[in-house]
Write a protein that binds this ligand. Structure first.
Ligand code: ATP
Length: 850
């Protein structure tokens, strides 16, 4: 481990002893949803209780067996609901674990990343900007500016250093700037945070807007349903039917038809979507984001590591007015460039690895520089440690440079070594080095160097300038000024192989990909062009350009811009705002601590799983586990699918419920006997509502989902003709079911036989309809009926159930059914099938006409 001198941290054995003694670094969780409360919530519906009470009353004064069956059906329904909710809860919980924080710790002399809960007393931790402090600790080396607002309410950063008493840092606070090693003093409930025990980085459980809207709709539907049920009940009673019978029918109908499960099933669909997205390497932290993802119209992506591979290597080196394309003797002779690039370099060594490349733990830019000059650890460490580090200003993307002050072993003098964006180093330089001599940096020379940088950048290379100084090192406020420019190098970072396809896919899906980068305009343009993000330099805007623009001016041009180069995190914030003002739904990536405000402002803030800091992760709605751009596109695609699936089961559930209510309503209007008994109504609900609807929630047939523009964010879930489809199909189900009943009566079958036929027609037409719901654009004749195995299975189960209650004598007695013959089946199939065929045929004709 370089850089920490004798700091080796705890040994494995010490860790074991401490963990035994002090336990884990865990804040006790509160308010966990218990299994019991989930079970209880299944009965959290007034209609269920009315039904239970009505059943008990009717049991006392009438048919006890009937009442028992009704209660059993209610319980089975509750168990199904419970299983569904319990699984959702479990999968959300495991997601919470996945997004739990990690920390950098030094143990046995090696730097490791471990789960923060595994930390123990006396552990040596490394903290850098963007880290959330994982335990209470004392700084023993370095400086750290910490945001302690969580504890003190004071949002100004506090400087903590080992040089004075201000060296205690606390769990949950945030490292804003700097780099420090600290020794853990308290963990878990013994930390300051544990004492107030209010810190729990949960997955955000915000309500999904869709769920809220559905809850609103649910209330309206409840009222309508109740009214119709009341009408059915009153008409029945007026016609002289028994009050208890009619009351039970009315309440059963209400229980069956009120789509109380709609909002719950939306949560299930979103949660299922979350686990699907995880398989595609996107970890969702906020459930409602799944819904918003589908509306994304702009994806603002970082370049380095997201669109590009982040596997860097040095291509060319420039000094003394010449470009060197290979590492040759001349380059090796330039001691100062090597010193700057290797000593002003923030790397660590992992001794457990064998291969040199894997032994270096560093940002890819830094790693590329080391690999350019060294190929084994021993030489590297002996070279690096010969320079004693005196102070350091780490790299940050606002300053775009980094520097260290070290003692030069050759001269025993202090020297400042700086590297950063070439323009930045040039701006800070007063002199330049020419064949070993320090010469004044004239404007002409400056332009000459800038021109070289631009040429290299145009090839898509990333440039890094180098500077140094030996004088005035005590003037801290001007430490990085008046440098001697030593040269620069260019680094290649090839685009990811799948980025281009993902960009093209976005284009077809009406989504614009925007590159936002701290890199040079030309570098950004070259890579963006290769990835087909933009075509001309007129689509590129720089941070300087943005600086000169008002918010209004920026929003005027923003729709034409595809690349933002040399930007700082505060520009990112303005870019998101401008896009949002234009009505876009914006997804934006970020990694550094300064990106957090922009990430929060975006509709979908995306942080990097590998390169991201804790603070950006916590501000984000989604974490990219592989930092890869194409993962964002997969997540958007998944978001669209989930929304479509939600539409599918809403369509299914509502049209079926309309069918059920209409059947009973028409019977009472036409003064027919009740076509179904309360138990039969509840059976229909059990056989058709639960499993098939859930299976639609995971359906995978999606009419070319990525070839259509994104849906507007505030679009109603019933838009694009869904209401019409639901009403039309619900009416067909109701009418054909009541026709089956009427024809049965007309042909002189017993009421029990007619009810059995009605029951079969109602269930079968719903089971056929569930396949229609697989697609909004294609008809039954055009879709692959076998593609969803869950749907097939649930339909088979329902068919077995209906055959079971029609033919098994035990169930016949319970459900008041009877055997039906071939002719009667013919009628059932005709009416349940004919409506499906005719409605599909109608759809086909309508499409041909339009
Ligand atoms: P992106 O925002 O797409 O991730 P980026 O990684 O190029 O882009 P920054 O990390 O902000 O953006 O880098 C901006 C510039 O700062 C680079 O072009 C480079 O010149 C310089 N730079 C990058 N990394 C370092 C570093 N470790 N030390 C010094 N300078 C650096």
């Amino acid at each position: 481990m370089k850089d920490n001198g004798l700091l080796n941290g705890l040994t494995k054995e010490q860790v074991e002893i401490n963990v035994k003694e002090f336990g884990k670094n865990r804040i006790k969780e509160k308010n966990k949803t218990s299994i019991f409360s989930i079970l209880l919530s299944q009965f959290n519906d007034i209609m269920i209780w009315i039904l239970i009470v009505a059943t008990i009353i009717s049991g006392i004064i009438g048919d006890v067996a009937d009442s028992i069956v009704i209660v059993v059906i209610i319980v089975i329904n509750a168990i199904l609901g419970f299983i569904q909710e319990f699984r959702t809860e479990k999968s959300l919980e495991s997601l919470k674990k996945l997004s739990s924080p990690t920390t950098k710790v030094i143990r046995d002399g090696n730097l490791k990343i471990i789960d923060a809960v595994e930390l123990t007393i006396d552990d040596l931790i490394l903290l850098e900007s963007g880290d959330r402090i994982p335990a209470d600790a004392k700084i023993i080396r370095g400086d750290l500016t910490v945001d302690e607002s969580l504890l003190t309410g004071e949002s100004v950063g506090v400087i903590k250093t080992n040089r004075n008493k201000e060296n205690n840092i606390f769990m949950g606070t945030i490292a804003l700037k700097g780099k420090a090693y600290a020794k853990v003093t308290n963990i878990g409930m013994n930390t300051e945070m544990g004492k107030i025990a209010n810190m729990l980085q949960d997955i955000d459980e915000d309500k999904s807007p869709l769920k809220e809207r559905l809850e609103g709709l649910g209330k309206v539907l409840v009222v309508i349903c109740l009214l119709i049920c009341a009408v059915v009940t009153v008409i029945g009673i007026a016609r002289g039917q028994s009050v208890t019978d009619m009351f039970l029918i009315g309440v059963s109908l209400a229980v069956a038809a009120i789509p109380e499960g709609l909002p719950a099933i939306v949560t299930v669909a979103l949660a299922l979507g979350v686990s699907k997205m995880l398989k595609r390497r996107a970890l969702i932290r906020k459930l409602p984001s799944v819904e918003t993802l589908g509306c994304t119209s702009i994806i603002c992506s970082d370049k380095t590591g997201t669109l590009t591979e982040n596997k860097m290597s040095v291509r060319e080196v420039y000094f003394d007015g010449k470009v060197y394309e290979k590492r040759e003797a001349e380059v090796d002779k330039n001691e100062i460039l090597k010193e700057i690039f290797v000593v002003c370099n923030d790397f660590n060594i992992n001794k457990n690895e064998k291969n040199f490349k894997n032994q270096i733990i560093a940002d890819p830019t830094e790693k590329a520089l080391i690999e350019y000059y060294f190929d084994n650890v021993e030489n590297l460490v002996s070279y690096h440690s010969s320079f004693k580090k005196l102070s350091e200003i780490p790299f940050d993307s606002d300053r775009k440079m980094a520097s260290v002050v070290v003692r030069d072993p050759k001269t025993d003098e202090s020297i400042l070594l700086a590297k950063g964006a070439p323009e930045k180093i040039l701006l800070m330089s007063k002199y330049y080095l020419h064949k070993g001599n320090v010469v004044d940096l004239t404007n002409a020379k400056r332009q000459e160097i800038i021109k070289e940088v631009e040429m290299m950048s145009l090839k898509g290379l990333r440039c890094l300038g180098a500077g140094f100084k030996k004088n005035n090192l005590n003037d801290k406020s001007n430490l990085e000024k008046d440098l001697i420019f030593a040269g620069f190098c260019s680094i290649i970072d090839p685009p990811r192989k799948d980025s281009k396809d993902a960009v093209i896919k976005c284009k077809q899906a009406g989504i614009n990909t925007i590159m936002i980068t701290g890199d040079h305009k030309n570098t950004a343009f070259a890579i963006a062009k290769e990835l087909q993000i933009c075509t001309g330099l007129n689509e590129v805007l720089t941070g300087d350009d943005i600086e000169k623009m008002s918010d209004k001016a920026l929003s005027k041009v923003i729709d034409f811009i595809r690349v933002f180069a040399r930007v700082t995190p505060k520009h990112k914030f303005r870019i998101v705002k401008a896009f949002k003002e234009k009505g876009h739904v914006v997804a934006m990536t970020g990694d550094g601590v300064n990106d957090a405000p922009a990430i929060k402002e975006a509709d979908i803030g995306i942080s990097m799983g590998i390169a991201g800091t804790d603070v950006t992760k916590e501000a984000s709605a989604m974490i990219l586990m592989d930092d890869n751009f194409s993962t964002i596109v997969s997540a958007v695609e998944e978001g669209r699918k989930i929304y479509l699936n939600i539409r599918k089961f809403i369509r299914y559930l509502l049209s079926c419920n309309i069918g059920e209510v209409l059947t009973m309503f028409l019977a009472s209007i036409f003064s027919l006997p009740n076509p179904l008994t309360p138990i039969q109504i509840l059976f229909v609900n059990l056989a058709t509502d639960g499993l098939p609807a859930l299976a639609l929630g995971v359906d995978n047939s999606h009419d070319n989902i990525m070839s259509k523009p994104p849906r507007p964010r505030n679009e109603s879930i019933f838009s694009r003709g869904l209401w019409e489809k639901i009403l039309f199909r619900g009416a067909l189900i109701g009418i054909s079911t009541i026709f089956t009943f009427i024809i049965g009566l007309y042909l002189g079958f017993s009421v029990r036989t007619c009810r059995t036929m009605t029951l079969a027609t109602l269930v079968l037409s719903q089971l056929i309809h569930v396949f229609e719901c697989k697609s909004e654009t294609r008809t039954l004749f055009e879709i692959n009926l076998l593609s969803n195995k869950y749907l097939l299975l649930s339909v088979i189960i329902s068919v077995v159930m209906i055959f079971g209650i029609i033919y098994i004598p035990f169930f016949q007695a319970i459900f008041k059914t009877t055997n039906i013959n071939l002719l009667q089946w013919g009628i059932v199939l005709l009416f349940s099938g004919i409506i499906a065929v005719s409605s599909s045929g109608f759809g086909l004709i309508k499409r041909k006409k339009s």
